[in-house]
Design a protein around this ligand. Structure first.
Ligand code: PAF
Length: 268
């Protein structure tokens, strides 16, 4: 595996691809790769001549007191998993390389964003800053993001459109385990008992999708099953994230110190 660490190396990798007429897909991740990430890479490999995954634990999308320090770091395993898919290059820059002067560039007016914007007001500015930097650094033809972070996906699509960034943003379906739990690097925080609680999140969303229960009932069920706190569990529109014209259910809920998010399209 050729691990690219600097913007200069990245450009040296990128530029010849233009001359050779080869397309590039880009898969941004924060590492601790699971099957959901690997699915993004597989889709990236199908969508372009070369797929470049990226691993960077982006500090600007974590607020004080969140899990930046605890976030799992498994670079050796990540590299092995990528190699097993035939990936030859990985972009894994350092914090100093990405933020040489600590600059925060993008403001997304996060507090105006409902749901995640309300509960994690710093989050979208951090995500958009780092994603914009990466897109500028490697100019991919296609960038792939998972639907599990559905609001993040929409905010990135909006940024790409508003800033006329010449990249196609491709959404990839959420990958779930056998019990329906959406795969997430944060699932590693869960004890066995907590895992047994976590699997109810997807079951409640399924019940909501089938329109069997109200938001209040859904929240009560989650709390009854053992979730400590529910930030939201709600029917929303997938473009505005407001309650009008709902076509998706979205939830964020806590088990101990672990925050899980999930979402599902409503049946037409
Ligand atoms: O979804 C993630 O893993 C991160 O938010 C992303 C898109 C890699 C930006 O740091």
């Amino acid at each position: 595996m050729n691990i690219i660490k600097t913007v200069q190396e990245l450009r040296a990798f990128r530029e010849p691809l233009w001359l050779e007429g080869k397309t590039l897909s880009f898969v941004p991740t924060m590492g601790a790769l699971h099957e959901g990430h690997l699915k993004l890479v597989e889709e990236g490999q199908k969508s372009a001549d070369i797929c470049l995954p990226y691993i960077f634990l982006n500090p600007t999308q974590f607020a004080e007191g969140e899990d930046l320090d605890a976030y799992p770091k498994t670079l050796d395993e990540d590299v092995a998993r990528l190699e097993s898919l035939g990936v030859t290059h990985l972009y894994a820059p350092t914090v100093e390389e990405v933020y040489p002067s600590g600059f925060q560039i993008v403001r997304v007016s996060s507090p105006d964003q409902p749901l995640e914007g309300e509960y994690r007001p710093h989050f979208f500015d951090g995500v958009c800053t780092v994603v914009l930097k990466m897109l500028m650094q490697c100019s991919p033809d296609i960038a792939l993001f998972g639907e599990k972070d559905f609001q993040q996906l929409q905010v990135i699509k909006d940024m790409v459109k508003e800033l006329n960034i010449p990249v196609e943003v491709k959404a990839v379906e959420t990958v779930r385990d056998d019990n329906g739990l959406a795969l997430s690097s944060r699932n590693q925080y869960l004890s066995e008992d907590e895992y047994q609680i976590a699997i109810y999140l997807n079951q409640i969303l399924k019940q909501m999708v089938a329109n069997q229960i109200s938001e209040d009932e859904a929240i009560k069920s989650l709390l009854d099953k053992g979730f400590g706190k529910v930030d939201y569990c709600t029917y929303r529109n997938s473009d505005t994230f407001l309650p009008d014209d709902p076509n998706r259910v979205l939830a964020a809920a806590w088990i101990g110190t672990t925050r899980l998010i999930d979402n599902m399209a409503m049946v037409e």
